[in-house]
Design a protein around this ligand. Structure first.
Ligand code: FES
Length: 322
């Protein structure tokens, strides 16, 4: 990991049965690098097998506090092992290799009102934003969606901070009993911008509801968790790399980005979720199934570019300018 920092785990806070807070500090008690609300850290997580994997976790604490970062980690029992290892293997006193704070999900300076929508563990970056909005006296509303009170991490801190600007949605696992996005967006004040972080379904529902309600994309901010998962029906395909003169097989459960890295090609990338646009690559030929959230409709329809961390071939080979 480039430009990494070593931090020590100074405290663990069990928030819910599956969500644990990790308090990270400088090992010698120095101030930590500054960050803006909404930022995350990449962490090298040692698995029980000895393999070390990289995972990203949002910072939930206030940027005003430079002496620690608070992360919230949901244990995903059917995940790829990173969060389970954080829960089972990371103890107080342990040193962790972390990136500098990174942020693709900051508070918009132009918004007159901020509508925050959190789903489950997606509360973590929004809690950091909440600290800032409260301390700066900004206009906001927070909608916090979870299965139940017991599943809602950081709830008392959030209630204290947000007061009557907090609306809780406990759906018991039945999304039809959850948040009415159409109503929340319709009732939002003029000049509002919306921020959503939660399960993929919630993020996509907010993006779609905002588009239906006529909100311009610049007013809709979102962050997805984890690398993009394969979709049902995904098939292997080939990419022909014009500059490198190579043909690379992309497996059913692999991204083009990972496939080309496997062949020692190092394109630019960051989020691996189709959000930052850094991996956008020129398409010379082929039928692209676009799955990113950054390229414009014009970019996609003219087939000029694709985000190789998430998008795939619809059919046949792709020829890329790589
Ligand atoms: S790496 Fe961020 S969009 Fe691909």
């Amino acid at each position: 990991m480039e430009n990494s920092q070593t931090l020590i785990v100074s405290d663990l806070e069990q928030q819910t049965a599956r969500i644990r807070g990790f308090v990270l500090r400088h090992p010698q008690g120095k101030d930590l690098p500054a960050f803006d609300a909404g930022a995350h850290l990449d962490i090298s997580v040692p698995l029980a097998s000895g393999e070390v994997v990289q995972r990203s976790y949002s910072i939930a604490s206030s940027p005003a506090h430079r002496d620690y970062y608070l992360l919230g980690v949901l244990r995903e029992d059917s995940g790829r092992g990173g969060s389970a290892a954080m829960h089972a293997g990371v103890a107080v006193g342990q040193l962790l290799t972390c990136s500098q704070p990174k942020n693709q999900f900051g508070i918009s300076p132009s918004a007159k009102h901020h509508l925050l929508i959190a789903g489950g563990i997606g509360i973590t970056p929004l809690l950091s934003m909440l600290h800032v909005l409260v301390s700066e006296g900004k206009s906001f509303k927070l909608c916090y969606c979870a299965r139940s009170t017991e599943d809602a991490a950081f709830l008392s801190e959030i209630s204290d901070l947000a007061g009557d600007r907090l609306t809780l949605y406990f759906d018991g696992g039945d999304v039809t009993r959850g948040i009415d996005l159409g109503a929340e967006l319709r009732d939002a004040q003029d000049g509002s911008e919306v921020y959503v972080c939660g399960p993929r379904g919630l993020n996509e529902a907010v993006i779609a509801a905002a588009a239906r309600a006529g909100w311009s994309p610049e007013r809709v901010h979102f962050e997805f968790f984890g690398a993009a998962a394969p979709a049902k029906g995904d098939q292997p395909f080939r990419v022909i790399l014009k500059q490198s003169g190579m043909t690379v097989e992309v497996a059913r459960d692999e991204s083009i980005l990972d496939a080309v890295i496997r062949h020692d090609i190092e394109p630019l990338y960051d989020c691996k979720r189709g959000e930052c646009g850094l991996c956008a690559t020129a398409v010379i030929e082929g039928d692209v199934d676009h799955r990113d959230y950054v390229l414009t409709a014009a970019d996609k329809s003219e087939r000029k570019q694709m985000c190789i961390c998430v998008s795939r071939a619809k059919q046949g080979d792709l020829v890329l300018d790589l």
